[in-house]
Design a protein around this ligand. Structure first.
Ligand SMILES: Cc1cc2nc3c(=O)[nH]c(=O)nc-3n(C[C@H](O)[C@H](O)[C@H](O)COP(=O)(O)O)c2cc1C
Length: 209
């Protein structure tokens, strides 16, 4: 299948480096709001790239749950393949593909497991259905049948029918802490299919060399 004819004009404002906030997290917040206002579906969906001991890159979608100066946090099953890879090699990359805005944000950084207390706080804030979902999620394994999955959901519902759903020991968060290398934003070509603008800006170093 030849899809070489698929093209559209990139009409966008491009990037003005002088207009970027020196604080990359504040800048990310501005872009995130842009994505939300533009109606981009699940603007918090991001690709998470990891590489385990075998050196083979892997990539999947996860949902960003919150971010601040400390980093970018998502939640997952600690028994998953991604979790294993991040234990083996605690570095990862994130990509927000906001194509509707001709924009992407790329982040590289160190991986930290969030504390149990933090996972607990987040877990407690989730709706009950999502809490049950966390118990049921056995990731990185083929789902053998829908019936089996439904059976598991029913089991968990029965088990915790009387009260709060506790935090599963195998479920929690990871924080990607952006490193001091430049964050690269954006294809965002200027108008008329001209050269791409690579807007790069560096995260201020906590301890400059
Ligand atoms: C839109 C979307 C959002 C997702 N969000 C998450 C998430 O926040 N956490 C998660 O563990 N998996 C999430 N997944 C599933 C992952 O992409 C992946 O299939 C699963 O976590 C197993 O990945 P692994 O085998 O690489 O560990 C999401 C999938 C989609 C399509």
């Amino acid at each position: 299948m030849d899809i070489g004819d698929m093209r559209r004009d990139f009409e966008s404002e491009g990037l003005d480096r002088d207009a970027l906030d020196n604080n990359p997290v504040r800048q990310f917040q501005v872009w995130f709001e842009d994505a939300r206002e533009a109606g981009i579906l699940e603007p918090n969906a991001m690709s998470l790239a990891t590489t385990g001991r075998d050196g083979m890159p892997d990539l999947r979608t996860v949902l960003l749950k919150y971010f601040d100066d400390e980093g970018f946090v998502f939640y997952t099953n600690y028994g998953s393949r991604k979790a294993r890879e991040m234990e083996e090699n605690p570095q990862a990359a994130l990509l927000f593909p906001w194509i509707g805005l001709n924009r992407q944000v790329r982040i590289q950084g160190a991986v930290e497991k969030v504390s149990k207390a933090e996972s607990l706080r987040y877990f407690a804030s989730r709706p009950r259905g999502s809490q049950i979902g966390a118990w049921v999620s056995e990731q990185s394994k083929a789902i053998t049948s829908r019936g089996l999955l439904e059976q598991k959901v029913a089991e968990i519902k029965r088990k915790f029918s009387d009260g709060e759903v506790p935090l599963p020991s195998f479920w929690g968060g990871y924080r990607i802490v952006p490193d001091a290398r430049p964050w690269a934003n954006s294809v965002a070509p200027g108008s008329g299919n001209t050269c791409p603008v690579a807007g790069l800006f560096a995260r201020p170093l906590a301890n400059p060399p």
